[in-house]
Write a protein that binds this ligand. Structure first.
Ligand SMILES: Nc1nc2c(ncn2[C@@H]2O[C@H](COP(=O)(O)OP(=O)(O)OP(=O)(O)O)[C@@H](O)[C@H]2O)c(=O)[nH]1
Ligand SMILES: [Mg+2]
Length: 405
């Protein structure tokens, strides 16, 4: 990833699906103007998903995902559907690549059913128009006719993909409706042994950028200098509109920030941005009702943040024990892994998910919640157990209802 790149977790994911040989890889290559996937006349050329980052306007940064044919030999219907489900898991948009001149096959209809069930905006590409020039082309908003060999229809495809998401689906709310221009926001970012060398982590970078975009001012400090920072601001007649802290030092920071100043955490705002804050707040409250021996899944979205690993494997388990006085059975998952038998757990505590896109985080949340399993994240669980969750969500307009318990 170059310095100018948008992190994968913050890109819109567009999956290309269809039968083997429909021309998925050819279309993906034409869309990205690169030979990212191998193309051949042999059925089943693509055996693993292939990802490529690019920009599609007005969506902005996206990830294009080429997938294996969904009708792979020897696979039973049910298995095929499971495989497709898995791949659609982190797609914000789906493209079904079919061939001109033939009817939709059952496997393609299965795919459409999955897109519809998962409410993923989708469109159909009728590829290989050169092979059936006589076919009548219906003008439909969600259908595009293409010839991957000549590139015909590819620009139209990109335009239609760009129109599939509404502006409010493109970017979740972070601070836009909470702070005003010229407001002062204090960010508290501890730097301990597990912090990455020489840089800030993604949620911190995103928050600084958001504050700049909103013409507000950010003051960044470690927790040890927070007291001094607040004193300096007060002396100059300035009151912060908001303090955003790392969850790890929540308990320390809340004692320094007066009740009159709104206080929240990076975790809470990231859950909001990814669209699962309401569920995460409800999930955290369920910690109180867990019985001894309850099964808790601690799920990490990436495998390379030592800081998160430390919270998941050391700090959270210790806090859970101290807060509840009970012992639980803890399981761990990391990276792209997410257990199929989610219903066997009593609670899922997920990392902030900075490396996972909103679709995947929401999918993970829905998988849990639809199976009756409460779902929360590290920072929100920590805020709850420290008794400061209510205070930390009070300033968010959509939380009005949920804070009046
Ligand atoms: N005539 C014609 N051939 C095409 C077109 N698009 C793709 N093909 C050919 O169809 C064959 C399959 O294309 P791929 O892009 O590999 O198809 P795929 O859907 O990725 O196939 P799998 O990876 O096997 O699932 C190749 O021989 C392509 O050259 C098209 O628009 N017209
Ligand atoms: Mg392919």
């Amino acid at each position: 990833m170059s310095l100018n790149d948008t992190a994968s977790g913050d890109r819109i994911h567009i999956g290309f699906f269809g039968l083997r040989n429909a021309g998925k890889s050819s279309i993906v290559n034409a869309v990205t103007s690169q030979e990212m996937s191998v193309v051949s006349e042999v059925k089943g050329t693509t055996t693993d998903t292939v990802r490529k980052s690019m920009e599609i306007l007005p969506l902005g940064p996206v990830v294009i995902i080429d997938t294996p044919g969904i009708d792979d030999e020897g696979s039973l219907g049910e298995k095929r559907i499971q495989a497709a489900r898995k791949i659609t898991m982190n797609c914000d948009i789906a493209v079904l690549v079919t061939e001109c001149g033939r009817k939709l096959q059952p496997a393609e209809e299965d795919l459409i059913r999955i897109f519809e069930q998962r409410k993923i905006p989708w469109l159909t590409v009728c590829n290989k128009t050169d092979l059936c020039p006589a076919e009548k082309k219906e003008e439909k908003e969600n259908t595009v006719y293409t010839c991957a060999l000549t590139g015909q229809g590819v620009e139209e495809l990109k335009e239609k993909i760009g129109r599939l998401l509404k502006p409010d689906q493109i970017k979740g709310l972070l601070l836009e409706d909470v702070i005003r221009p010229e407001d002062l926001v204090v960010l508290v970012t501890p730097i301990d042994g597990s912090a990455p060398k020489g840089r800030m982590i993604l949620p911190q970078q995103m928050m600084i950028r958001e504050i700049l975009d909103l013409d507000a001012v950010s003051v960044v400090t470690k927790e040890k200098q927070l007291q001094k920072t607040l004193e300096l601001l007060e002396k100059s007649g300035q009151q912060p509109a908001l303090v955003v802290t790392d969850s790890q030092v929540f308990a320390y920071v809340r004692n320094i920030v007066p009740e009159t100043i709104p206080l929240t955490s990076f975790s809470i705002l990231m859950a909001r941005y990814k669209g699962f804050l309401t569920e995460a707040v409800k999930g955290a409250r369920k910690i109180d009702r867990l019985q001894s021996g309850a099964k808790i899944l601690i799920s990490e979205g990436c495998t390379h943040h030592r800081q998160c690993e430390d919270i998941g494997t050391v700090k959270l388990p210790a806090l859970l024990r101290k807060y509840t006085g009970k012992d639980f059975s803890l399981s761990y998952s990391s990276g792209r892994e997410y257990p199929e038998d989610i219903q066997s757990f009593d609670l899922v505590i997920h990392c902030g998910g900075c490396m996972l896109n909103a679709a995947e985080m929401q999918y993970r949340m829905k998988q849990a919640v639809q199976n009756g399993v409460p779902f929360t994240n590290y920072g929100i669980a920590i805020a709850w157990m420290n008794g400061i969750l209510e205070r930390s969500i009070r300033m968010l307009p959509e939380m009005k209802e949920i804070t009046e318990r």
